[in-house]
Each structure stands twice: as C-alpha cells, then as structure tokens.
Design a protein around this ligand. Structure first.
Ligand code: VGL
Ligand code: ZN
Length: 198
C-alpha cells in the first residue's frame, strides 16, 4: 500500500512567512495533482510551543537538549495554533486524510515526522510499505523524515519537484537529496509518478 506524505507545507515556510523557503509555495501544484492518486494522504505540521529551543534567543539547557542538531538557530516559526503554523492555503487540505503534529518537545529540533509521533505505527497499521514524500524543507524536515522512513524500513520515493530547501548554505538541498539517495530513497518527478499511477 502506498501513501503520499506532505511534510510541513505551512505558511511560515513559504514566502511571507517567518522562515521562508524560496518558491516554497510552488510545490502546491505538483502535490495537488498527486492527491487523487493515493488512497492515503498524510500531512505533518511543525508544531512548536512558544518557547521552543530551536528559536533564536530561547535559552536551552545543554544537558536537556536532545539530538545532534544545534538549538536556538531559527527565527520563531510554526508556533502551535498560529496562522503561520497552518497548512498552506493552496494545498487542497480536504484531501488530506491525517495530520500529524511534531516538534512539540521544547528540547529537540524535532525535524523528523517520525520523532516522538505515532506516524510509523499509523502507517504500519494501515499496511503502508511505500511512501512518496513531498514538502518543506528538503534540507531539514524532508531529509530527516526520509532518513527515518528508510531506517523504519519503508520504500521511499522523493518527489523532486514537490520539495524545496532552506539553503542556509548554497547546495544544501542538492546534498540532502544525495544523502537521501545514499540511504536508498528513489528520486522521481511528479510527472513520472503520475504516469506510473495513471
Ligand atoms: C524545518 C527548520 C526548522 C522544516 C522545521 O520543516 O524543514 N526547518 N523547523
Ligand atoms: Zn521547526
């Protein structure tokens, strides 16, 4: 069974948002075209408490901080319940079956949709073995979600034209895609996937 996964396609990660990804809004087109081709569509949301340790200026106890990703590096973004944390209005959200919130622990970046959530369990319960991944950002939450999906044994395809990166350093997205491929993920365009699923 196949599922479409939409990672963090939220207002704050698109132009005009708090942590904008260039052309982040442009992924709406290919994602919307894919929605009808999947029996199960799951969206994740970055969903932080107001004092999340990822935010610039929030003091973090290094003894409590979980994971290798550094804290206090991002502008305040995707605070639970705010407009910036809502799914992007161009996404046909009525076709999303399930929304999974993550990044709720103040002491971890929580980039991956599998971290501290029931995503893996839910997918396995529904018989999903193949994941088609879209969303934002290629070099953070998409990458970490894909690497965890591979660790959990899912077959993963990354939809190249339905992801965009933050690019803190130029080339970060390209390197992230290579890392995902190294981990066994396949890269394909939305047109290729539409043709496969016609
Ligand atoms: C993300 C930076 C901080 C992402 C989330 O969704 O890729 N990036 N929090
Ligand atoms: Zn975040």
């Amino acid at each position: 069974m196949d599922a479409l996964l939409i990672v963090d396609f939220q207002n704050d990660f698109t132009p005009g948002g708090a942590l904008p990804v260039a052309e982040g809004d442009e992924i709406a087109g290919p994602i919307n075209e894919l929605l009808d081709r999947f029996e199960l569509v799951v969206a994740t949301r970055d969903w932080h408490p107001p004092d999340h340790g990822s935010f610039v200026g929030v003091g973090v106890d290094p003894a409590k901080w979980r994971g290798a990703d550094p804290p206090s590096i991002w502008p305040v973004h995707c605070v639970e319940g705010t407009r910036g944390a809502e799914l992007h209005p161009d996404l046909e959200a009525a076709k999303v079956d399930l929304v999974i919130d993550k990044g709720q622990d103040p002491d971890s970046q929580g980039y991956s949709g599998f971290q501290d959530t029931r995503l893996g369990e839910i997918l396995r319960d529904r018989g999903v073995d193949r994941l088609f991944v879209t969303g934002l950002a290629t070099d953070y939450c998409v990458k970490n979600t894909v690497l965890d999906a591979r660790r959990e044994g899912f077959d993963v395809t990354v939809v190249e034209d339905a992801v965009r990166g933050v690019e803190v350093e130029p080339g970060d997205s390209e390197r992230a895609l290579e890392e995902m491929e190294q981990a066994g993920a396949r890269l394909a365009s939305s047109d290729e996937i539409l043709a496969e699923r016609a």
